[in-house]
Design a protein around this ligand. Structure first.
Ligand SMILES: Nc1ncnc2c1ncn2[C@@H]1O[C@H](COP(=O)(O)OP(=O)(O)OP(=O)(O)O)[C@@H](O)[C@H]1O
Length: 353
């Protein structure tokens, strides 16, 4: 990212009470049969059901006011975790607490409030915006239904959300296709803000935009954080994108969290070989490029993940134990966790290898 991004004004230590607690959460998907499989099944052949372990026993706490970056390669389970955290996908196992309460046990008004307070902003605004509705209708629909504004006040309310998201209310009678990609993302943001959320899950929300537009949208997220005291889970495959706005970074690999630390720590003292290889791929970080090799090889299929440490086939430091035993996510320094057997080796001391 070459354009300037404002550093967040709220340090991690200022974060408040627990907003989201993810406790031992897993999510599995049954893989649909392809045509050959369907024919074989019809013929009565024994078919083994294939299961994707998209998210595997994840623990994660997000405090009020924090910005947590969730990073990893495509298919490692980031979106699935994000959707569960936002409350739009139930976990297969484990619990997600919203302000200390299990959302699945909530009913009526309380469930509706929790649903509105956590909003998700997607990568492709075009596919999440109804092309047949005018912008004013897209933004105004939910707050009207949920009684956050009245019909008499609606026009003013929509104008306010548009201005907050950096859109000119003069364009509210237009349709989504009449806007640029960056403006469409602003419409998605205005729609989310219109239900007065406290927590935003941004899933690759700038990935489809040009670099200069990316910086504008990231700056908007940070301005909204200050103005509305928002909490964020910011999902990206790119460590460079989360660097400037996250207080803390969580790195996922094939469904598991492999490292978690304050952002500065990840960039100064990444512990896990996978994080180190992601850093080596961030274009600007020349020193890292020399110190670490970029991640080699394809990400293995989540249908058949490697034994032991999932990363071992691609890890330049793998040894016998890595092939058979799943490493625990353990603290290597205060607030810094890593899932790597190297940390148990004498003289390793939790430092980058
Ligand atoms: N509804 C679904 N049905 C079947 N498999 C799914 C479903 N959703 C996700 N998966 C699988 O779960 C795994 C994790 O997917 P997920 O989208 O969470 O990863 P990701 O890290 O967000 O990747 P990307 O950035 O490409 O979206 C992938 O193997 C994906 O194919």
């Amino acid at each position: 990212m070459s354009a300037t991004i404002e550093k967040p004004a709220v340090p991690a230590q200022a974060a408040g009470e627990k907003m989201i607690e993810v406790v031992g959460v897993s999510r599995r998907f049954s893989k649909k049969l392809d045509i050959a499989g369907k024919i074989l099944a019809k013929l009565g052949a024994p078919i083994r059901e294939e299961v994707v372990h998209a998210v595997d026993k994840v623990d994660l706490t997000i405090r009020k006011g924090e910005v947590v970056g969730l990073v990893g390669e495509s298919g490692c389970g980031k979106s699935t975790l994000g959707r569960m955290v936002a409350g739009i996908l139930p976990p297969s196992d484990g619990t997600i607490l919203w302000k200390g309460k299990d959302r699945t046990g909530m009913g009526g008004k309380e469930a509706r409030a929790a649903m509105l307070q956590a909003q998700m902003i997607f990568q492709d605004p075009m596919s999440s915006l109804n092309p047949r509705l005018k912008v004013a209708e897209i933004i105004g629909e939910a707050p009207l239904v949920h009684g956050l504004t009245s019909r008499a006040e609606l026009a003013r309310y929509v104008d306010e959300q548009m201005r907050r998201a950096g859109l000119d209310p003069a364009f509210k009678a237009r349709y989504p296709h009449q806007f640029s990609g960056g403006q469409r993302q602003r419409i998605g943001i205005a729609r989310a803000l219109a239900v007065q959320p406290e927590f935003l899950v941004c899933d690759e929300s700038v990935a489809a935009l040009d670099v200069s537009i990316q910086a504008q949208i990231l700056n908007l997220f940070m301005a909204l954080r200050r103005e509305l005291n928002l909490t964020y889970l910011f999902i990206s495959h790119d460590l460079g994108v989360v660097e400037h706005l996250s207080d803390r970074v969580v790195i996922m690999y094939l469904g598991r969290v492999v490292e978690e630390a304050p952002t500065e720590t990840v960039f100064a003292r990444a512990n896990h070989p996978y994080t180190q290889s992601l850093l080596a791929a961030v274009p600007r970080i020349e020193a890292r490029k020399k110190a670490f090799a970029t991640v080699k090889g394809e990400i293995p299929s989540p249908l058949n993940p490697p034994s032991g440490c999932h990363f071992h086939p691609r890890c330049p430091h793998a040894f016998d134990r890595c092939r058979v035993e799943i490493p625990a996510l353990q603290e290597v320094a205060p607030g810094h966790k890593s899932r790597c057997h190297l940390n148990d080796l004498p003289n390793h001391g939790g430092q980058p290898v």
